[in-house]
Design a protein around this ligand. Structure first.
Ligand SMILES: C[S@@+](CC[C@H](N)C(=O)[O-])C[C@H]1O[C@@H](n2cnc3c(N)ncnc32)[C@H](O)[C@@H]1O
Length: 226
């Protein structure tokens, strides 16, 4: 059994809908990975089932309340047999990258908490969160797209999820380089030909060309990786 992700979100359909496509959908169906959602709204005690409230000290926007979030995390935790980490998706967290995705693919998974509005009550982070993770230096309107990006990147490293066992290892970043260019039929399109070496059938030459292209691209586009 691969990693299991429990996603705490007030918009569960965003998660289940987006997971219904391509390799991720097939991996879920085959039971190689699993995802379950938990809605903080189901852990409210007031008549309006409110998950947010106005910020102390004033100012714009709303803040997600402690109790519904803590209740959802507690329920997710009770449904798991392990002590998986609670990860709060946050622009202020440590940066998610390919190395983290590969490491997490070999782990048990996590409870991912998606914030909304201005964020969550700080006391929830103090009491219930093990680490904060960001997908980049920009602000999303919710943690759901971040959770989806992270789970997709992790699942690609789980054995058997991609058709060809090696293909995640050949993608950009896996070996510290960007991927080489790819081509498919026809051999010529609007005067642009596929590089001859790819038509040669010489597998050693093709491997050398691809490696050289990866290095050239990385130098041109992402010198910081070299
Ligand atoms: C509008 S944001 C709140 C941003 C917060 N006021 C701040 O500036 O740090 C709402 C939610 O989106 C999620 N989010 C936004 N940007 C993110 C990022 N770069 N990585 C991961 N999650 C992000 C977080 O869960 C956050 O609670």
């Amino acid at each position: 059994m691969g990693p299991r992700y429990d996603v705490v979100t007030i918009f569960p359909d965003m998660i289940t809908g987006a997971l219904g496509y391509g390799v991720v959908s097939r991996a879920l169906e085959a039971g190689r990975v699993s995802v379950q959602t938990w809605n903080p709204r189901d852990y409210t005690s007031d008549r309006h089932a409110s998950v947010d409230d106005r910020p102390y000290g004033g100012g714009p926007g709303m803040v997600m309340r402690y109790e519904p979030l803590a209740g959802a995390v507690r329920a997710a935790r009770e449904a798991r047999a392990d002590r998986a980490e609670v990860v709060y998706l946050s622009p202020q967290g440590e940066r998610f990258d390919a190395a983290m995705a590969e490491k997490w693919a070999g782990g048990p998974g996590a409870i991912l908490v998606c914030g909304r509005y201005e964020g969550v009550d700080e006391r929830f982070i103090e009491a219930c969160v093990d680490r904060e993770v960001s997908i980049g230096d920009y602000v999303l309107s919710g943690g759901e797209p971040a959770a989806l990006a992270m789970m997709d990147a992790v699942f690609r490293f789980v054995p058997g999820v991609l058709g060809h066992e090696d293909s995640a290892g050949e993608d950009s970043f896996a070996g510290g380089l960007l991927d080489c260019p790819h081509y498919t039929r026809p051999e010529e399109v609007e005067d642009r030909r596929v590089p001859e070496v790819l038509l040669s059938g010489d597998h050693a030459a093709i491997r050398r060309w691809r490696r050289a292209e990866s290095k050239r691209r990385t130098r041109e586009r992402r010198e910081d990786l070299l």
